[in-house]
Design a protein around this ligand. Structure first.
Ligand code: GLU
Length: 494
């Protein structure tokens, strides 16, 4: 397939403001954005707020904020403007009405005067016969004069699309050729009784008006695509290209839902997943760089992304792997970045106040460096470094840490002897590296095994059975705290 020329690529995302950003929308946005960036095209954001019953006012704000956070900046749309304003579907009613009138005039649409009761009865009867419910086309062949007269007399009607016999082919850029029999496509409602237009109708009006070249969206919309293609044909317009992105699945192979875990982008953000990992992980949902590389930058993604490489099979959203990937990105961060990203979590946990953080950012960075290798998401940081900030006499000893110490009968004597050895070195300003080398040598000279010193020492200093390197901890705590904690350990572990 030849690549489209840059000026041709106009892709869009068209969220309905009915909730917060879920993972599906985030992934759809990312793929559209990457395609636009790869081809030097434009990403358009259109808010599909036509369904006023389902639209929630705060939802749009949350979607815009979430997309801004992701960094998948749109080129046209709310807050940015553009040549096809307005970018809110509900404000484009005049265009929709005009299109509906034209389609009615040309005979591609017809008025349906069937009452809701009649349609309900029809549906119930078909369902009882195990048939797919569909309109029986009662009003399809009404004389135009009669239809006009009934409308003029104020009778309520819906506008339906007149599906012609034949078949409709979707040359899907992800799924390949998918053929639909028009006989299976209902004479669907374009405008409901009372005047509310439906999604399939207005999405085509707006995509056409906004000169959208490619429509990439979730697989659940594939069933709508023949209806939309038929509408483009009826309007005498060339349909855009379509590509339907595979479903995201849970590990059990079922469509990803709240049962599997959070599906809201906001919740992952609140839990402190690294943003770069979120983008990278979403990019892996149905696409892969080379079949094996898991970690790649967005630059690399944009450079390599082609819609034709997207898999049609559903992609498994593995929560554990997502957390792992977040950890990989956390480790790549500079300490200043880590401080910025962890700050909200440190404050929310009550470990540190904003004032404490601002007063000595370098000291905090030293603590974060100790936790950096040990967390996957930022919200795990407070617990990792809490022992550093506890008062010396309030270090909590974990059961396991204390049990480890109590295995060594001569622990108190060892701690006392080591403290006597350590004190002058600390007071002389020895580095973590010097202390480490000296401690190893000392253990040997005393004829001890490492755990005999290190388990009681770690317990006294941190209260934990495991954790960051002990001498880095000593360097962070400083002479006073280190000595006090060991002295207290000698009492508490007796
Ligand atoms: N408003 C539709 C949705 O949120 C847009 C679907 C499409 O991309 O055509 O599902």
């Amino acid at each position: 397939m030849s690549s489209p020329s840059p000026k041709d690529v106009r892709v869009r995302i068209a969220p309905s403001p009915t909730g917060t950003i879920h993972l599906g929308l985030a992934r759809t946005t990312l793929f559209n954005w990457a395609y636009a960036r790869h081809h030097g095209g434009k990403l358009i954001l259109r808010i599909e707020d036509t369904d006023t019953d389902r639209s929630i006012p705060e939802s749009e704000e949350q979607i815009l904020e979430g997309l801004t956070w992701l960094g998948t900046q749109w080129d046209e749309g709310p807050g940015v403007g553009g040549p096809h304003e307005p970018y809110h579907q509900a404000q484009r009613v005049a265009n929709h009405t005009l299109a509906a009138d034209k389609l009615l005039e040309a005979g591609h649409a017809y008025r349906c005067f069937c009452s809701r009761e009649r349609l309900n009865d029809l549906r119930t009867a078909m369902e009882a016969k195990k048939e797919t419910p569909r309109y029986d086309r009662t009003c399809r062949d009404l004389e135009r004069a009669e239809s006009d007269a009934r409308a003029a007399a104020g009778e309520l009607f819906a506008l339906r699309f007149r599906v012609q016999p034949g078949e409709t082919v979707v040359n899907d850029l992800v799924r390949g050729k998918v053929t639909f029999q028009n006989a299976d496509v209902d004479d669907w409602v374009m405008v409901r009784q009372g005047g509310n237009p439906t999604y399939n109708f207005v999405v085509v009006c707006d995509d056409a008006d906004m000169q959208i070249s490619h429509v990439f969206r979730g697989e659940e919309h594939l069933v709508n695509t023949p209806k939309q293609i038929l509408l483009y044909q009826a309007m005498g317009l060339e349909a855009p290209e379509f590509g339907h992105l595979p479903l995201m699945l849970g590990k059990d192979g079922k469509k990803l839902s709240k049962r599997h875990g959070s599906v809201s982008l906001a919740l992952f953000r609140e839990a402190g997943y690294a943003k770069a990992a979120t983008l990278n992980f979403l990019a892996r949902q149905g696409w892969s760089l080379d079949g094996e590389t898991e970690i790649f930058s967005m630059e690399r993604f944009v450079e390599a992304f082609d819609i034709c490489d997207v898999n049609k099979a559903g992609s498994i959203f593995d929560y554990e792997k997502f957390a792992w990937m977040s950890g990989e990105y956390v480790r790549l961060e500079s300490l200043a970045e880590l401080r910025e990203n962890c700050t909200p979590f440190l404050i929310a946990s009550g470990l540190l106040s904003a004032e404490q953080i601002a007063a000595d950012p370098a000291r905090l960075e030293g603590a974060l460096a100790l936790g950096q290798d040990r967390i996957r998401i930022y919200s795990e940081m407070p617990e990792q470094i809490a022992f550093l900030y506890s008062a010396d006499d309030a270090v909590e000893y974990e059961e396991k840490a204390e049990a480890n110490c109590r295995k060594h009968a001569n622990r108190i004597q060892i701690l006392k002897d080591y403290l006597a050895f350590l004190r002058p070195a600390l007071e002389g300003g020895a580095s973590a590296q010097d202390l480490r080398t000296a401690a190893k040598a000392w253990v040997g000279e005393q004829g001890l095994k490492f755990p005999q010193l290190f388990q009681p020492l770690r317990c006294a200093l941190t209260g934990k059975a495991g954790g960051p390197d002990m001498f880095d901890i000593i360097a962070w705590l400083g002479t006073g705290s280190t000595i006090r904690r060991i002295e207290l350990g000698i009492e508490r572990l007796a």
